[in-house]
Design a protein around this ligand. Sequence first.
Ligand code: UDP
Length: 240
Amino acid sequence: MKTDVLGVGIDNLTQAEALDAGWALLKEDSFHYIVTPNPEFILAAKRDENFRHTLNNAALALPDGIGVVYAAKILGRPLQGRCPGVDFAQALMARMALEGGALFLLGAKPGVAEQAAENLRQAHPGLNICGVHDGYFREDKPVVEKIKASGADVVFVCLGAPKQELWMAQNGPLTGAKLAIGLGGCLDVFAGNVQRAPEGWQKAGLEWLYRLIKEPSRIGRMAKLPLILVDALGARLGGK
Ligand code: UDP
């Protein structure tokens, strides 16, 4: 059962439970996709019905941002905690390195996925990265064909939201993969181009502040984020 956070269903799982749930999806016969909503997703989904449906049709929706956790708390439906997409991806790769499965990296600027693959192979010895493709393509079909030919079981789709979610829902079933995960800017992190916040900042729920200090140009995007808390408060007071 998902927890409703302003119209978007979020799975209330610990990080370990999320990994088990993701792993179980890999064992199923049909294709599934996983989304990692942050406050920006929830605000966008309010205005964009197609995006909201796509998020709500995901097999798993993991709360990537601390703002989603705060909003759920204000709504009176607390979540167990944050489940950042980047941590979920790392845990899944660690398991794939041990137990098998082929991974395809899709997204980011040309060259980034190649660099990410190199770093990830070193970080997870035994991990089978079966192919990569940048995220700036015009036609879906050649990309779908490339993933299919690679024999991928899992695809990390890193095209930014809502593009990556719509892409997974539409094209995922055609790739032959079992699982696609929308992971935003993760390939930039894996390639070493973007630094994550130190652990202390992450634990304090201040990863967003660290990112803002590193990339001040995000201020315009981030300034809207407190709106999710205002919306949550409005919904709570309105008895929703
Ligand atoms: N991106 C892409 N294709 C596009 C637009 C974006 O591959 O058409 C990539 C972009 O290069 C970046 C990622 O998608 O690596 C999304 O970055 P963003 O900062 O929006 O994601 P967030 O970190 O907020 O999840």
